[in-house]
Design a protein. Structure first.
Length: 521
């Protein structure tokens, strides 16, 4: 049985009297907290006491609070109590009374009279590559904009270089700087995390209990690495030969393992799409194999690349040149083979393999080195919001990068529910589209820019050689330079290892928009 729920905003919903049996439905719908606003013994036998409701709710993992409100209405003290509860309880929250009316009015009183609402022209969610860059680009266009950037982390990373770190070609210390150092001058850094959206009221709720109001909102929190979705992985990362270039602190361990391995079994994995930088899983393999070949030990190492998908790379034209390297390194490809479990101390991994008949079987494989790429998903706060698409990513018009139902909300970067490759290069192009379109929206003008799905994946097939894959929607090739894109080049390595990191810190994060021509409407 499912209760009749009225959603007030992304954080808060109300309903009439709940039955004990309906708590299961609340948990299934994604609610994390329940507040009872109906005093005990107000009704008849159909009204369970709050103690029974609390016991049943907590057994389901739901937080529970009892804040009874008389039929005469809520007091200012009760509004303040709800305000305090909302800053402490996991969201989303459902409150109930006899009909839901008292809960609605109490919430209105708590949010209008309790929470501080700080107003900005633009609020940017996320201080990563996309968030810092779009803020800098907006301030280049209009330095008078009042922009808040919500970012809890005190360190900012250049993640594309972690593959090079794992291949012994880059110093990990050069991939990180303090967030305060890269925050654009003129923007206000809100050192907090996002709790929930309330798009009807044009506010977001943040972790310190306050709300930020906006005229326009840009959503760019990146994506979430779901290490926990692989059984046994988290407790063995960074030891027992288990590593990943997808974490700043683990990329140096990758290089340590590569340097020390003289023989045995090396497994590399790639989960189901979408993931950030779809070429990175195989780039780890290529750089490792190149080092082993140069050290004369490659013939003593059995290399295997396990892909959850059915193809080596999503843009067909790049598969033949990549296969030449796979064959040169004598690597085995295991398609539709998805890592599901790891036992680090016993150097064993398990893969669910989908056969041609669609049947899934579990295969056990021993390893001396295991490079893992975790499953990836939109952040929890996005997936549980009404702004998400059916797959949980931020619902985004693929051309304008606007939300289809809330035109004042845009998205940039990995969180977008678009089909482009999730790379820093994609964000670089998206930033210009959003900055120009947002300024036009503020002026009441038509949106001038369209995003073509551009993304770039510099495929490091060996130390000193890169295949520069640049493409857009529909796998259309979008090369920046008039060169054959499938040829491995030393110049592309220089671009990847030297020029792009410099451009990132000195150009992209400072609002310099070189090589970002986008379609005009």
């Amino acid at each position: 049985m499912e209760p009749n729920i009225k959603r007030i905003d992304d954080t808060f919903s109300v309903s009439g009297q709940l039955a004990l049996s309906e708590l299961h439905a609340l948990a299934a719908l994604g609610f994390r907290s329940v507040i009872c606003n109906r005093p005990d013994h107000e009704g008849g036998a159909e009204q369970p006491e709050h103690t029974s409701m609390q016991q049943a709710a907590e057994a389901l993992g739901l937080s529970f609070a009892y804040l009874p409100v008389q039929t005469t209405g809520a007091t200012p003290e009760q509004a303040q109590q709800l305000h305090q509860l909302l800053s402490e309880m996991p969201t989303p929250v459902l409150a109930y009374c006899r009909t839901g009316n008292r809960s609605s009015k109490l919430y209105e009183a708590a949010t209008q009279g309790g929470r501080e609402v700080r107003q900005f022209d633009v609020v940017v969610i996320g201080g990563g590559s996309a968030g810092i860059s779009v803020t800098a680009s907006l301030l280049k266009r209009d330095a008078s904009l009042r922009i808040a950037v919500i970012e809890p982390n005190t360190e900012h990373y250049y993640q594309p270089a972690w593959t090079l770190v794992g291949g012994g070609a880059y110093d990990v210390k050069d991939t990180v700087r303090p967030t305060g150092e890269v925050m654009p001058k003129g923007a206000q850094w809100i050192k907090a995390s996002l709790c929930a959206f309330a798009p009807q009221r044009k506010v977001v709720l943040i972790s310190d209990g306050t709300e930020l109001g906006y005229q326009q909102l840009i959503v760019c929190p990146g994506l979430q690495l779901a290490w926990e979705n692989i059984e046994g992985l988290e407790e063995t990362l960074g030891k027992h030969g288990v590593t990943s270039n997808y974490r700043h602190d683990l990329a140096p361990y990758t290089w340590e393992l590569v340097r020390s391995l003289r023989g045995g079994k090396a497994l590399f994995t790639q989960p189901g799409m979408p993931i950030k930088c779809a070429g990175a899983p195989q780039k780890a393999m290529y750089l490792s194999c190149d080092h082993w070949r140069k050290q004369g030990v490659l013939d003593s190492i059995s290399v295997e690349f396990n892909l959850a998908g059915a193809v080596l790379f999503g843009v067909p034209i790049f598969v033949p040149p990549l296969m030449k390297y796979v064959e040169a390194y004598k690597a085995q490809l295991a398609f539709q083979s998805n890592l599901v479990k790891v036992d680090g101390p016993n150097r064993t991994a398990w893969f669910d393999v989908t056969g041609a008949d669609g049947q899934v079987t579990r295969h056990e494989k021993r390893f001396d080195m295991l490079h893992v790429v975790p499953p990836q998903q939109a952040p929890d706060v996005i997936r549980r919001s009404e702004l998400a698409d059916k797959a949980g990513w931020f619902e985004t018009d693929p051309a304008t990068l606007q939300h289809p139902r809330y035109p004042e909300i845009f998205a940039v970067g990995d969180v977008c529910g678009t089909s482009n490759a999730k790379t820093a290069a994609a964000a670089r192009k998206q930033v210009v589209v959003v900055a120009d379109n947002l300024i036009a929206l503020r002026k009441g003008a038509a949106l001038p820019k369209r995003y073509d799905g551009y993304g770039s994946c510099p495929l490091t097939v060996e130390k000193g050689k890169v295949i520069l894959a640049e493409f857009g929607y529909g796998a259309k090739l979008l090369p920046t330079f008039p060169l054959d894109p499938v040829v491995p080049r030393t110049s592309a390595w220089f671009l990847k290892a030297t020029l792009l990191p410099w451009f990132y810190w000195q150009g992209m994060l400072k609002g310099r928009e070189w090589f970002t021509d986008c379609k005009q409407d």
